[in-house]
Design a protein around this ligand. Structure first.
Ligand code: 13P
Length: 248
């Protein structure tokens, strides 16, 4: 089964109306590989605006966070119902920056994932090891533990995309090698097969994230378990188009 290549743009806490307009219009006007699914994740205040600008059916919009309740007295949180209401379809959960700066733990992320999925919002679920964990040789244990907490709560993975994002590669300019990414993605898929069955493992997309850019994206081209990218910095730049088109 061919998995649809998926490229997410995580704008993080960047952008203005004018810069976001420029990014979306560039995609509207570019020749994009029609076989690629693209998801733009602007800061929450710009979700509605971003949805209004997108002109291509292969491009959709996602949030960068969502809480585990749809509404109520939760000052400062994002609601999956409101994300849906403005026409966004995805949410990034488990990003290492949420884990590091906002103290989100595996349990909370699993609960938020289960809730978003139950409301029909797709989840880009981020997992990855720190440099210390990599040096200690525990990468697989770390990513499997993060996945296991979600597996305990979520049985239907059809609306989940996994993003393997080694923490040491994020924003450093030091991407994982395509060979290392392939090896880890393959192990993640084997883990999914063991826990959720071969069908789910074959159908679930596993993205690579961490210093992906317009030059290195193409070097992952022949890696069968790399089903796309989650892109930070480069998603704000013209080279994002090259990443989207890196398989064609
Ligand atoms: P960079 O592409 O800027 O390294 O960020 C990756 C990332 O964190 C995407 O979620």
């Amino acid at each position: 089964m061919a998995r649809t290549f998926f490229v997410g743009g995580n704008f993080k806490l960047n952008g203005t109306k004018s810069s976001i307009k420029e990014i979306v219009e560039r995609l509207n006007n570019a020749k994009l590989d029609p076989k690629v699914e693209v998801v733009l994740c602007p800061p929450a205040p710009y979700l509605d605006y971003t949805v209004s600008l997108v002109k291509k059916s292969q491009v959709s919009v996602g949030a960068q966070n969502a809480y585990l309740k749809a509404s109520g007295a939760f000052t400062g949180e994002n609601s999956v119902d409101q994300i849906k209401d403005v026409g966004a379809k995805w949410v990034i959960l488990g990003h290492s920056e949420r884990r590091q700066y906002f103290r989100e733990d595996d349990q909370l992320i699993a609960e938020k994932t289960a809730f978003a999925l139950s409301q029909g919002v797709g989840v880009i679920l981020c997992i990855g090891e720190t440099l210390d964990q990599k040096k200690a040789g525990t990468t697989l244990q770390v990513v499997e533990r993060k996945l296991q907490d979600v597996i305990d709560k979520v049985k239907d993975w059809s609306n989940v995309v996994i993003a393997y994002e080694p923490v040491w590669a994020i924003g450093t300019g030091l991407a994982a090698t395509p060979e290392d990414a392939q090896e880890i993605h393959h192990s993640i898929r084997e883990f999914l097969a063991k826990k959720l069955g071969e069908k789910t493992a074959q159908e679930t997309r596993i993205l690579y994230g961490g210093s992906a850019n317009g030059k290195n994206a193409v070097t992952f081209k022949d890696k069968p378990d790399v089903d796309g990218f989650l892109v930070g910095g480069a998603s704000l730049k013209p080279e994002f188009v090259d990443i989207i088109n890196s398989r064609s």
